[in-house]
Design a protein around this ligand. Structure first.
Ligand SMILES: NC(=O)c1ccc[n+]([C@@H]2O[C@H](COP(=O)([O-])OP(=O)(O)OC[C@H]3O[C@@H](n4cnc5c(N)ncnc54)[C@H](O)[C@@H]3O)[C@@H](O)[C@H]2O)c1
Length: 245
């Protein structure tokens, strides 16, 4: 169903984004890995090129003019974007055993700004610039990453502000583009996952991104009836439509 489509995966050089890109490539989708880390983007692209046509682009999702230029290049070279995975993020990987983030009274403004601008503004900017191409193509899927963080012990404040805002953003933006057959979803991985930069101990004891299986393919094939919702998948099936509130 999605074979031959074009997907942009932000932050796709490693981790959950790399897994999303790989599973879409295995379904015959052409992939653009758009990551701030150009080295991982390139090595992931060369790996995935063996499966499906894949290119690497260095992109900072916080920078609107970079996103505009990058998406124009994708249109020139691939014809347009069908699937956008807004995955790039600054993530509090506390369960890896790394130090917790500062509490609000000790949080430098620059720290707050980096988390909000990467996770939330990055999702807004990517969505904004993908929509015109999807409208031209008469369809599209925009998949925004959710992730839970406990209130206690503290540390996940800035992250959860972005992730809860992304659910609201998705719910409201979905209605603006429903008549254009653009399906917008929030995607919940449901688990704390150890990616490439996790300590070895965490990699041995925690789930790795491949626990998500074909979930991104299912999300990219989701019907319009699910647009606006926050979805989770398990063993290749939709298991949870997370309530909006
Ligand atoms: N790992 C988890 O436990 C978990 C759980 C739920 C949700 N998530 C979500 O999944 C997404 C990916 O998480 P991950 O664990 O794979 O993270 P990760 O830290 O392993 O990878 C993040 C990727 O984003 C890229 N990136 C960071 N800032 C960027 C920017 N400004 N522009 C472009 N690329 C940028 C990094 O270079 C990296 O490749 C995040 O949105 C996160 O909130 C993760």
């Amino acid at each position: 169903m999605i074979e031959g489509q074009v997907a942009v995966v932000t932050g796709g050089g490693q981790g959950i984004g790399k897994h999303a890109a790989k599973s879409l490539a295995e379904a015959g989708v052409k992939i653009v890995i758009a990551d701030l880390n150009y080295d991982t983007a390139k090595s992931t692209a060369s790996e995935l090129n063996k499966i499906s046509e894949t290119v690497a682009i260095r992109l900072d999702v916080r920078n609107e003019s970079e996103v505009r230029t990058t998406f124009s290049k994708v249109k020139e070279n691939f014809g347009g974007i069908d699937i956008l995975i807004n995955n790039a993020g600054v993530v509090p990987h506390f369960r890896w055993g790394i130090p917790r983030w500062p509490e609000i009274s000790d949080m430098p403004f620059e720290f707050w700004d980096k988390v909000i601008s990467t996770n939330l503004y990055g999702t807004f900017i990517g969505t904004k610039h993908a929509i015109p191409q999807m409208k031209e193509r008469g369809q599209g899927h925009i998949i925004n990453l959710y992730g839970g963080g406990d209130t206690s012990p503290p540390g996940a404040l800035a992250y959860m502000v972005t992730k809860d805002a992304i659910r609201t953003f998705t719910r409201y933006a979905a209605e603006e583009v429903r008549s254009s057959k653009i399906c917008m979803l929030t995607f919940s991985p449901r688990f704390a996952i150890a990616t490439e930069t996790a300590p070895e101990k965490a990699k041995k004891t925690m789930p790795r991104p491949d626990i998500l299986g074909e979930a991104f393919v299912l999300a990219a094939e989701a019907p319009m009836a699910l647009s606006g919702q926050c979805l989770a998948f398990e063993n290749g099936k939709l298991v949870k439509e997370v309530p909006a509130d």
